[in-house]
Every structure is written in structure tokens, then in C-alpha cells.
Ligand binder design. Structure first.
Ligand code: GLC
Ligand code: CA
Length: 519
């Protein structure tokens, strides 16, 4: 059984270093988030996902953890974390942490012990090849960092500074590999279960699991990986039934089988691609972009099929953006972006709003990469609270001390203006979230059915229903005015519209418009 609150949950992703700096050192922190909880609550959010806040040398912005049991000094202390859990819960907000299950930093105590020749409790926490020059087979993610001290070479999971934790192999090919059911691999798993318990016992409401599919190596078909996670889910069901398990797997059909309540949808279906790291390649256009208009059919059909396949068993996490992808606003005008947000908040699944997307924060091109962020850096800049204050109110530090530069463009959006009603994106987002809360047909598990979807044409139309109530949603993300007559439609009552009108059964949609009707 999935926790009941997921039926209505809307998530907000906080990148802690960029959200709000409470002590003027230029870096966002936990006390800063506590100070902004009311802002988040007023958006209509039910849960926050935090990017990693653990002790780290930050060579991958905290996804390289040195101590899984300790909040990084720059974010505060474990006592602050506890305070945050309490303050969030007082407001009915859940806190979900990031669990980097697949690897640690080379600075982690476990790794420092493991690299010693003398046997100790951590010797098998990582995969070591005694061949000092070994670089792995190059197949899949099998890449080793060679020449690492007396133990030879170690298996890396992502960057070279992120040694893979050893959960074993589904299929053994080399003498140094352990089978997934080896008791030595069991010990690594127990440690991570311990980490989960540690934070949940303190007050955390679950985890977003980083690279969740990467735990067991050479696992074709992911059978052993699925079994690995099912066991974790059992622990949740028994001891933490109200807590959520979210995967970064990007394959909901598999991950939901593995016991995750939520998984993300890779292409996010209005995003034609995700994260090409080659700086010479322009980040892919949105499938629903207003310029360079591409076909909505191949973009939307697979996502709807995926919804049908996984609904009732789990939720798909559609998102406005995240710390790894270009911001939504990069792909279209303000009006076009709002149409995409209207879609995000009227689809089934658990919507994830990336901090700043509610005011239309922009992707910052050509920033100097920060902490291994590479091109992702442009989506990680400080939240713009108030453009009338220094550093847009993010921090009182000197400009040079800021974690990343604040968008200081004249027309950069900010929260202060939004709260005065001067930000169209914010207006739309708050209205959409409120509407979603009010209507059972918009519940995260309520049905969806396509009504109108045509090649190279707008609008896109679908219904949402739960048996008691049916809503019709129409979206036009193009620059053209379009019209559509939906047969069999007797009457429709407008609930929330922006540029859509209905007369004699014919809907007319202005460029970049959306409408939600009750049938
Ligand atoms: C995930 C994270 C990303 C990180 C990587 C390695 O994809 O979202 O930010 O760099 O895992 O941990
Ligand atoms: Ca700070």
C-alpha cells in the first residue's frame, strides 16, 4: 500500500545551496529553508525533496558523500535538520531526502578504510581489482580508476571521485567480483538501510534514490535489482508506512515493480531530450515548443501509454525541471512555459516543481561550471526573492562570495513581484495547484483519457475523471490561434481558462493558451 497522502501530493525540489542563505556566507542553508517554509506552503506544496545535504567535498555538488550521517557544515547541523522536520510537519509539509545509494566520495571514511591492504570491516564495501592498471571492460558502466594505491583499481559509478558501493554482481566475470547474495555485499546493504533508518527516525519522510537502478552490477533485465529494492520496500511498509520511496530510475514500468512509489519519466514527454553533456550540442528543444514546432504525437503518446501501464500500481513523477536539466523557461516564451505547466498540473502522477520554476527563472548560459555541475550549473543559480535587494535577496554576502551568480537581468523575475500579482507564471502555478487540490478528478491517481491529439496540430485535449467528476483540459502551446469542435460534448463549465473560449460546442484557443472545463 502506498501512503495515502501521495494521492494529492505536489512536490517542490529545493537545491539547498541556492535557496536561501540565512547567515550571509553566500551559500543557502537549512535555516534558510525553514525561513521560507511559509512561502512554500502558500504555493500549495505538500512535500519537499532536498538535493543531498550531507558532508561532502562537493566535487559533484554533494552527490559525492563523505559522511552519510552528517549534515554538511555549510548547510548547518543535524540539529537544524531536526528542526526543519518539525517546522515542516507543523505546516503539513513532508521532507524527502536524497539517498545516494550507488557510490560515496573518495573522501568517505569507508573508502579510506577500504583502500588499505590490511583487511577491515570496509574492505569489501567497494569493488577492487588487484590489477593496478585495470580500467574496466568499458561495457556499460564498467569503468575502473586505475593505479589507486596498494589495492589496485576501483570501480567508479559516475565521476572518477565517486567509487561504486559494492552490492555485488548478478553475473560474475572476474575473480574480484562478488555475487549479489554474498554476505559481504549484504553488509553494504545493511549500512545503507541503517542510513535510511537514521534519517527517517529523525523525522525524514522518505527518499528520492539517486541512480536507483545502479546498485547491482551486470544485472540484465534488472531482476536482482528489483529484488534488492523490494526488500527495502518491505521495510518501509512495515516500519515506515507513511514514508515515500522515489527512484531516479527513469523507467517507471520497472521501478514501480521494484517497489518504488514514484519514478521520474525520462523524456518528460514535452522535453525532447534531457541532458546532453557535450557543450557543442544545443540542448534539445521541447516537443511542445512554440517555435520550431514539432509533432506532439510521438512526444505525448508514449507518456500516456506509460501512465496507463503504471497507474494503480504507482505514480509517475512528471517535473518542471531539475538540477540536471535545463530550466523549462529555456525552451519557450513565458506564455509557452505556462501552457507546459498547465499540462504538468493537470496530468496524473505526482508533479514535481523545481525551485524557481514557479516564477519562471531562466537557465543561465555560459556560467563557469560549479562543483562538477558542467552545463547543469545554469539551472542551479540562487533563488530570486526580491530584485530590490542586493543579490535578489538570496544572501547578504558580497557578490563574489555567492555560491553562483544571481540572475541580475533587468527583467529577471522575483518572488516579491510575484506575491504582488505581477508574475503570470506564479499566478498560473498557484491557481493550478489550488484547482488540483479542489478536484478529485485531478487526484494523482484519477484517470486520464486522450480526446484530441493530431500530428503537427494543436490543441492537445484530454479528460481527467474519477467516476464522480470529469474535467476536460485543452492546451495550445503554439503561436497560432486554433479551434476545435469536440463532438458529443453537450456542455462544459469553465473552471480555469487562459485564452480559451467555448461557443456552440467549438473551442477557440488563442496562441499559448489553456483551459480546464468541468463536464
Ligand atoms: C544523479 C543526480 C546527479 C548526479 C548523479 C551522480 O543523476 O541527479 O546530479 O550528478 O546522479 O550521483
Ligand atoms: Ca549560509
Amino acid at each position: 500500500m502506498a501512503p495515502k497522502w501521495l494521492k494529492k501530493a505536489t512536490f517542490y525540489q529545493v537545491y539547498p545551496q541556492s535557496f536561501y542563505d540565512s547567515n550571509g556566507d553566500g551559500i543557502g542553508d537549512i535555516k534558510g529553508v525553514i525561513a521560507k517554509l511559509d512561502y512554500i506552503k502558500n504555493l500549495g506544496i505538500s512535500a519537499i525533496w532536498f538535493n543531498p545535504w550531507y558532508e561532502s567535498p562537493f566535487r559533484d555538488a554533494g552527490y559525492d558523500i563523505a559522511d552519510f550521517y552528517q549534515v554538511a557544515k555549510r548547510y548547518g547541523s543535524n540539529a537544524d535538520a531536526k528542526k526543519l522536520f518539525a517546522e515542516a510537519h507543523k505546516r503539513g509539509i513532508k521532507i524527502v531526502l536524497d539517498l545516494v545509494i550507488g557510490h560515496t566520495s573518495i573522501d568517505c571514511k569507508w573508502f579510506k578504510e577500504s583502500e588499505k591492504v590490511e583487511r577491515n570491516a570496509y574492505s569489501d564495501y567497494y569493488v577492487w581489482s588487484p590489477l593496478a592498471y585495470y580500467r574496466g571492460s568499458g561495457k556499460g558502466d564498467d569503468y575502473f580508476i586505475s593505479g589507486w594505491g596498494p589495492r589496485g583499481a576501483f570501480l567508479a559509478n559516475y565521476y572518477a571521485v565517486q567509487p561504486a558501493l559494492n552490492f555485488g554482481y548478478a553475473k560474475i566475470e572476474h575473480p574480484w567480483e562478488l555475487r549479489y547474495d554474498d554476505p559481504r555485499c549484504r553488509a553494504t546493504k545493511e549500512e545503507m538501510i541503517n542510513v535510511m533508518r537514521f534519517w527517517m527516525d529523525m523525522g525524514a519522510d522518505g527518499f528520492r534514490v539517486d541512480m536507483a537502478s545502479s546498485v547491482i552490477k551486470r544485472d540484465e533485465g534488472k531482476k536482482k535489482t528489483i529484488a534488492f529494492w523490494r526488500e527495502v520496500r518491505k521495510i518501509f511498509d512495515r516500519d515506515y508506512p507513511e514514508n515515500v520511496l522515489i527512484s531516479e530510475w527513469f523507467d517507471p514500468a520497472t521501478s514501480i515493480k521494484a517497489g518504488f512509489h514514484i519514478d521520474f519519466c525520462y523524456n518528460n514527454f514535452w522535453r525532447a531530450g534531457y541532458r546532453p553533456e557535450d557543450p557543442r550540442i544545443k540542448w534539445p528543444q521541447m516537443a511542445m515548443a512554440e517555435t520550431d514546432f514539432t509533432d506532439p504525437v510521438p512526444a505525448i503518446t508514449p507518456a500516456f501509454e506509460l501512465i496507463q501501464k503504471t497507474q494503480k500500481k504507482g505514480y509517475i513523477g512528471f517535473y518542471s525541471g531539475n538540477h540536471d536539466a535545463a530550466r523549462l523557461r529555456y525552451y519557450g516564451s513565458e506564455a509557452n512555459t505556462i501552457v507546459k505547466l498547465a499540462m504538468l498540473f493537470t496530468l496524473p502522477g505526482t508533479p514535481f516543481l523545481y525551485y524557481g520554476d514557479e516564477i519562471g527563472m531562466r537557465y543561465r548560459e555560459n556560467l563557469t561550471p560549479k562543483e562538477g555541475g558542467e552545463r547543469r550549473t545554469g539551472s542551479r543559480t540562487p533563488m530570486q526573492w526580491d530584485n530590490h535587494l542586493a543579490n535578489a535577496g538570496f544572501s547578504t554576502a558580497k557578490k563574489e562570495a555567492l555560491y553562483l551568480p544571481v540572475d541580475d537581468a533587468k527583467n529577471a523575475p522575483c518572488v516579491a513581484d510575484a506575491l504582488k500579482g505581477k508574475n503570470a507564471t506564479y499566478n498560473a502555478v498557484t491557481q493550478l495547484i489550488a484547482l488540483r487540490k479542489q478536484h478529485v478528478a485531478l487526484d494523482n491517481d484519477a484517470k486520464v483519457e486522450l480526446v484530441y491529439l493530431k500530428h503537427r496540430k494543436m490543441p492537445i485535449a484530454y479528460t481527467r475523471s474519477n467516476g464522480k467528476e470529469t474535467l476536460l483540459i485543452l492546451l495550445n502551446s503554439s503561436k497560432d490561434k486554433v479551434a476545435v469542435t469536440l463532438r458529443k460534448l453537450k456542455s462544459a463549465k469553465a473552471l480555469l481558462t487562459c485564452g480559451v473560449s467555448l461557443a456552440d460546442g467549438k473551442f477557440t484557443l488563442a496562441p499559448c493558451s489553456y483551459g480546464i472545463f468541468s463536464l
